[in-house]
Design a protein around this ligand. Structure first.
Ligand code: ADP
Ligand code: MG
Length: 610
């Protein structure tokens, strides 16, 4: 699995980065001078949309531009591919089709390209995060995506663990129980993390990998559609483009409602009927919005109860609550947390960056770049793992009962051995069927693998013992061994690799396909990152320079206003000054002034490292 490297640079530490491969957004970080730092993506942004576009010339485009194409080219774009990770499905982009791993690999390739430019070319290791509730198969698919993108994937870690790690770096002295409540675009995860003298241990995790901001958007889309049906009898959801347009609108409305009580909606064209445009005018207020999403928020509360009970803790035992993920900006989430725990959530971790920063910390611990940090991490098994046994509880033994050898939430890495006996007279072989899941019956759980241990001495039922050992490591790799107690004969299987060895050729084909589709002309770093001369790589610049400038200036303003609460003193004053400059440039509509404001913005962003 490790690539042979003939031209790797000799540095004291192999560059290793942490990646938050999110449903909605992807971000990455690395260790610089003993602390984690975000990698600057396009326009100096710290995250990029996890959206892939195959443009009409069959060129792969990732990030903001792909996201902008969601409405115009819905059949050529793919968003939220993370929800399909681990599934055997094909996603069409234009005339071509890709697996979820291949699509994710495009996203990761974009990260790798920027990382190569910022940290130097050459082999790179990566730690990639996944929701705690990802199954083994989903984790393996994520690992494979990383390898297809050209990374050496060192470790797959849980997102809440990563968030807690980012927090652990700043607060090493504390001894506490922390809740990480991560509500992103597509997934919800909650974990209890215990921190003792720099040792972080995830005590329990729960969540729902089908619950997030996207669902809130669709609830708003439904609300908007009902409004349109009431006034025009047209359901805009029936047309794929109108639906996509409404979704985009819904997200904006939702985000605004985090800062404002009421949002006035005026979309001139949602759809077209008999050649005339049909628009939408409506007003949505925060209370109505909260009512729409309340059932989903209550579900997150239910998971909070579950995770506390799994960890044997009460709400009052929790010292801090960390909010992670863009959707935790919704004020109602703060209220839910505050009333549930009777204390306000912590504000000193940036909800967009915590996971990537924590993944970088994990990466740093791994590479040695952070060896003096005093941090140690342990994690838990996200699901139970065990074997099929006879159910002996009833009068007649019934096959197919699930016996967990590593129960869910066991601290990992872990090795557990249990002894089983033969169930029939003269039985000389046992079949070890390995499953993961929480159901009492294997048929309702997820099948992982099976093997047969032969050569047992023929004895009476129950007289021959077989020891079954499960070893589960931090990468989510499970090794199962069965050993005859009397002969010492043993057999093992390892349930691990993204790359199923039997399909090495398939992996190579996939890699070739990803590389062929993802071709990027090599550009200068400054142009590429849009950091220094942002107009250079805008195609057709001479046609619409002003509009581009305005968009950029607005982006900077948005970014700075997000940063304001993280700053104080001189930095805050500087930020406010530059924001005023942007404001007046925007009011003037003067390209020269806009240019100047943007240059100042870039300088400041570099100065303040934001
Ligand atoms: P993921 O972990 O799934 O990649 P993120 O943590 O980046 O997702 O969160 C993205 C989600 O956060 C999106 O659904 C987005 O609409 C939502 N979001 C971002 N800002 C806000 C806001 N101010 N109010 C409400 N939701 C927001
Ligand atoms: Mg996330």
């Amino acid at each position: 699995m490790t690539h042979s490297s003939t031209n790797a640079k000799t540095t004291s530490f192999r560059p290793i980065i942490g990646i938050d491969l999110g449903t909605t957004n992807t971000a990455a970080a690395y260790i610089y001078k003993q602390s984690p730092r975000m990698i600057q993506l396009k326009n100096g942004e710290h995250m990029m949309p996890s959206v892939v576009l195959l443009d009409p010339s069959d060129k792969v485009i990732v990030g903001d531009d792909a996201r902008s194409a969601l409405v115009a080219m819905p059949n050529r774009t793919k968003a939220a591919v993370k929800r399909e990770m681990g599934e055997e499905t094909l996603i069409s982009l234009g005339e071509k089709s890709f697996t979820p791993e291949e699509i994710s690999a495009f996203i990761l390739k974009e990260i790798k390209r920027v990382a190569d430019k910022q940290l130097g070319e050459g082999e790179k290791e990566a730690v990639i995060t996944v929701p705690a509730y990802f199954t083994n198969q989903q984790r393996q698919a994520t690992k494979k995506a990383g390898e297809l993108a050209g990374f050496v994937v060192e470790r797959i870690i849980n997102e809440p663990t990563a968030a807690a790690l980012a927090y652990g770096m700043q607060n090493l002295e504390e001894n506490s129980h922390i809740i990480v409540y991560d509500l992103g675009g597509g997934t919800f995860d909650v974990s209890v993390v215990e921190m003792m003298d720099g040792i972080l241990e995830v005590k329990a995790s729960a969540g729902n990998n089908q619950l997030g901001g996207e669902d809130f958007d669709w609830l708003v889309v439904d609300w908007l559609s009902e409004k349109m049906i009431a006034s025009t009898q047209i359901d805009p959801r029936e047309d794929i483009r109108s639906k996509a347009r409404l979704k985009e609108e819904a997200e904006k409305i939702k985000e605004k409602l985090s800062y404002e009580d009421t949002v006035n909606i005026a979309v001139p064209v949602v759809t077209v009927k008999n050649n005339s445009p049909i628009g939408l005018d409506a007003t949505l207020n925060r209370d109505e919005f909260v009512k729409l999403i309340e059932p989903l928020l209550l579900e997150t509360e239910e998971k909070l109860r579950q995770v506390l009970s799994d960890a044997n803790l009460k709400a009052t035992d929790i010292d801090e609550v960390l909010l992670v993920g863009g959707s935790t900006r919704i004020p109602q989430v703060h209220q839910l947390i505050t009333s549930f725990f009777q204390k306000a959530p912590k504000k000193d971790v940036n909800p967009d960056e915590a996971v990537a920063l924590g993944a970088a910390v994990q990466a740093g611990l791994k590479s040695g770049a952070l060896s003096n940090s005093g941090l140690i991490v342990t994690d838990v098994a996200p699901f139970s793992m065990g074997i099929a046994v006879l159910d002996n509880m009833r009068s007649r033994a019934k096959p197919g009962a699930f016996h967990a050898i590593i129960p869910r939430n066991t601290t990992i890495p872990v090795t557990r051995t249990e002894s089983f006996t033969t169930s029939e007279d003269n039985q000389t072989a046992v079949s070890i069927e390995i499953y993961q899941g929480e159901n009492d019956w294997v048929k309702n759980n997820y099948f992982l693998n099976e093997f047969i241990l032969e050569g047992l001495p023929a004895k009476r039922a129950g007289e021959e013992a077989v020891d079954v050992t499960f070893r589960y490591n931090l990468n989510g790799i499970l090794e199962v061994t069965a050993k005859s107690a009397s002969t010492g004969n043993e057999m093992s299987v390892t349930i691990e690799d993204a790359i199923d060895r039997s399909s090495e050729q398939a992996f190579q084909d996939s890699m070739t396909k990803v590389e062929a589709a993802y071709e990027v002309e090599d550009q200068d770093l400054a142009e590429e990152l849009n950091l220094f001369d942002f107009t250079e790589d805008v195609p057709g610049e001479s046609e619409e320079p002003l509009e581009e400038l305005i968009t950029d200036a607005k982006e900077w303003k948005k970014r700075f206003s997000k940063e304001l609460h993280n700053c104080d003193g001189v930095s805050k004053e500087e930020l406010e000054q530059v924001m005023m400059l942007i404001e007046s440039a925007l009011n003037s509509n003067d390209p020269a002034l806009l240019n100047k404001a943007i240059e100042r913005s870039i300088d400041l962003a570099i100065d303040l490292e934001i």
